[in-house]
Design a protein. Structure first.
Length: 450
């Protein structure tokens, strides 16, 4: 493949992204999302998903009509403020409120009133983990305790998350009400992390020609926010389950902090994500390697590795076997029950449809991991944008090849890949080659003196 091919793809995407001032792609996003939500409401076998679709379809439809109106207005008055970036951001905020937050609150209220079909199982798992954390000092049940549960309740006895996830279940442990639903606090954590990420990027100077550069970044940042909030895969997940969204938002915050030169804080952000879920591990690894290229690897690693380890220590001291049963044995398929994550991706199809399929799928997954490791060793990422792309493509390959996975996990690579263009920081990107040039000049001078 020639270098012109990726360039052509980038130009093609830029043309699509900027058509009609970005409104054309907005229209397509909301229209397709409205269709997806309506189809979910009509056909999903999961009742929380059907309830989400019925509400979200209306929100997406209103957003579609709003953007159609903006397009018509733009044809008559191209300079109208109602068609510019702030107006597009307002439509995005309205869409997130009506397609994620509103269904979330509706389902939380209905659940508090007695409906048992208004939350996915992970909500119950996280809330039970919060209760166990308060009562026993660990969010995990041991092997014997899970075995003592009725057979149809053993799956909910497992907590396949890192200990920090139990913090979102603490409100339900101390009070009853719709506002103590774990999803409400998932949404709060997600919104806070995204606001911090956007603020960090918008406040950071991005080199010479700041106004022009900002004009290029802000549309990319809007698109990145849309990918993390109003894409149906994100809105549906937050409204019905939600545990992946704060993990994703913290990873995006870590990349934003890396893009603005805050290596230590980037490590803290991705470390917090790792204290919630292991999915943040690949992002942490890539950011540590990025930090090494900036002579800040130790600062990144201190938070990226230190915080998950600190989160594990109390559970390890209280009941080591329970920790191992939940965090290692169950995800690896050695628990009392197997994970229901069986979306028909290539890894799952190979594992279940071919003789020796699990071995083949595992070999393919290891090969993909080795290829990424070689890429990181030979060409370590020197920018946050490059780090986001490596994380996005790497997670996409892992999700496709894992024998047990979920369709919803795609929100990670999709958001990371769309987030990457918003992370370009010419001022910082130029600092690395400039530093190398100064170092080379100094070495040449010293050799001349010798």
């Amino acid at each position: 493949m020639t270098a012109a091919a990726p360039t052509a793809r980038r130009r093609g995407w830029r043309t699509l992204d900027t058509a009609a001032g970005g409104l054309a792609l907005d229209l397509g996003l909301y229209a397709v999302s409205a269709g997806f939500a309506a189809l979910t409401a009509a056909t999903s076998t999961l009742l929380p998903h059907r309830a989400w679709g019925a509400t979200a379809a209306v929100g997406y439809l209103i957003a579609t009509l709003a953007v159609a109106g903006q397009l018509l207005l733009r044809r008559r008055r191209p300079d109208s403020p109602l068609t510019g970036l702030p107006a597009r951001l307002a439509v995005t905020g309205f869409t997130w409120a009506t397609t994620a937050l509103l269904p979330l609150i509706q389902q939380s209220i209905q659940r508090a009133a007695g409906r048992t079909d208004r939350a996915q199982e992970e909500v119950l798992v996280v809330e039970q983990a919060g209760t166990r954390l308060v009562d026993h000092g660990t969010p995990y049940l041991g092997h014997d305790a899970i075995a003592a549960l009725p057979a149809d309740e053993r799956l909910l006895g497992y907590t396949p998350y890192q200990p920090g996830m139990a913090l979102f279940g603490l409100p339900r442990a101390v009070a009853a009400g719709w506002w103590t639903d774990a999803r409400v606090w998932f949404a709060v954590g997600t919104a806070l992390a995204l606001v911090l990420a956007v603020t960090a990027l918008r406040r950071h100077p991005i080199g010479t020609g700041t106004d022009a550069a900002t004009e290029r970044r802000d549309p990319a940042l809007l698109r990145a926010v849309q990918a993390a909030t109003v894409l149906p895969i994100c809105a549906l997940t937050l409204a019905t389950g939600g545990d992946d969204l704060p993990v994703l938002a913290l990873c995006l915050l870590a990349l934003a902090l890396a893009a603005t030169g805050r290596a230590g804080w980037a490590g803290v952000a991705v470390g917090l994500a790792g204290a919630l879920k292991l999915f943040a591990g690949p992002v942490a690894l890539v950011l540590i390697i990025w930090g090494v290229t900036r002579r800040a690897g130790a600062r990144v690693a201190a938070g990226a590795v230190g915080l998950p380890v600190v989160a594990l220590l109390p559970a390890l001291l209280v009941d080591r076997d329970a920790l191992v049963e939940n965090v290692l044995r169950f995800p690896l398929g050695h628990g009392l029950v197997t994970s229901p994550a069986q979306s028909p991706f290539p890894g799952h199809l190979i594992a279940t449809g071919l003789p020796g399929g699990r071995v083949i799928a595992a070999a393919l997954l290891l090969a993909a991991g080795a290829a990424i490791a070689v890429r990181l060793a030979r060409r370590p990422p020197r920018t946050a944008a490059a780090s986001a792309l490596i994380c996005g493509y790497g997670l996409l390959a892992a999700i496709a090849l894992m024998p047990s996975t979920r369709f919803g996990y795609l929100l990670y690579p999709l958001a990371l890949l769309v987030w990457a263009p918003a992370l370009h920081t010419p001022a910082l990107s130029a600092a690395v080659p400039t530093a190398r040039a100064h170092s080379a000049n100094w070495r040449a001078t010293e050799r001349g003196r010798a």
